[in-house]
Design a protein around this ligand. Structure first.
Ligand SMILES: [Ca+2]
Ligand SMILES: [Ca+2]
Length: 194
């Protein structure tokens, strides 16, 4: 996985490049700020959608989660990382399949993600990890921001947004923040090597 400059998508911007020959990563690692614990097999919810105009599809049943130690700068944080691995059947079910946008959010309640070593083991603070698995960075940007579906990102998409504003960062409001995300995406797209 390579990490080109982030898009302005969501709270956790990311742009991952995968080639058609490997279809997407089979797991995602989520490093927490401290040790965590959970009951059951899936303390997070995994959702995907083909583009920003589509509804999220819950695909949590295609994945299982394991608790692992931190690595690198977080090596001292034991049992602080959640490894979410695809276990479904078939290429589009056993991995983070290409050309979808994903989001991972913690469950709450009995099978939720809890703070380990904290009195009462409360739920972790809510978070939303979002990423797009695309065959190229340009495709990733197009998939989310190509408002007028002409396979280009330019001023036409800004006009289309003005006519029908979209909520890119999923905060429930289509407003100037989303417009700024779109402008950033247009600039980034125009600057990509062609
Ligand atoms: Ca367009
Ligand atoms: Ca918004």
């Amino acid at each position: 996985m390579t990490s080109p400059p982030p898009t302005s998508l969501g709270a956790e911007p990311d742009c991952s490049i995968y080639t058609p020959s490997n279809y997407g990563p089979t797991f995602a690692d989520l490093q927490m700020y401290g040790p965590v614990q959970f009951e059951g097999t899936m303390p997070v919810i995994v959702q995907r959608r083909p583009n920003s105009l589509s509804s999220w599809e819950d695909i949590s049943s295609n994945f299982t989660a394991a608790l692992v130690d931190g690595v690198g700068a977080q090596a001292s944080l034991q049992q602080s990382r959640i490894k979410v691995t695809g276990t479904g059947s078939g290429l589009s079910q056993n991995r983070f399949y290409g050309d979808y946008e994903y989001r991972i959010i913690p469950r709450t309640g009995a099978n939720g993600l809890k703070c380990r070593g904290v009195a009462g083991a409360p739920d972790v603070a809510s978070f939303e990890y979002r990423f797009k698995v695309a065959y190229s960075c340009s495709d990733g940007l197009l998939g989310v921001f190509d408002m007028n579906h002409d396979h280009d990102l330019n001023a036409g998409d800004l006009s289309a947004w003005m006519s029908g504003p979209a909520d890119f960062n999923a905060d429930g409001a289509a407003n100037s923040t989303d417009l700024r995300n779109l402008v950033d995406a247009v600039v980034q797209y125009q600057n990509l090597p062609q």
